[in-house]
Ligand binder design. Structure first.
Ligand code: FES
Length: 108
């Protein structure tokens, strides 16, 4: 029964084409489709001022557009140098065809 934030419609997120999303009180978010499964992470690279949705998705890896670093879309873990700090990955719920995440204070 936690409050949910609606980010975008599932149908708008194509496999391999991450979508930028915004929600009140949240940092910039990125929504991904990996083989039909939806994932949400922070959009800002932990290495610099780059939006990961401007980067390149390859399966379950998102490569930053700036310095070739990358992250695991499913866990947020840093995968390639110079990225060393994980991005935040959010549990996703699909509701009425919308991609939703729980409001942080009510998550967990
Ligand atoms: Fe993303 Fe440098 S800003 S790898």
């Amino acid at each position: 029964m936690s409050k949910k934030l609606r980010l975008c419609e599932v149908a708008d997120v194509k496999d391999g084409e991450p979508v930028a999303a915004f929600a009140e009180g949240m940092p910039a978010l990125a929504v991904y489709n990996v083989d039909g499964e939806i994932f949400v992470t922070d959009n800002l690279c932990t290495h610099g001022n780059a939006m990961l949705t401007d980067g390149y998705q390859d399966g379950d890896v998102i490569e930053c557009p700036f310095h070739g670093g990358s992250f695991d879309i499913k866990t947020g873990a840093a995968k390639a140098f110079p990225c060393q700090v994980a991005i935040v990955s959010y549990p996703v719920e699909i509701e009425d065809g919308w991609v939703c995440i729980a409001k942080p204070e009510e998550a967990a």
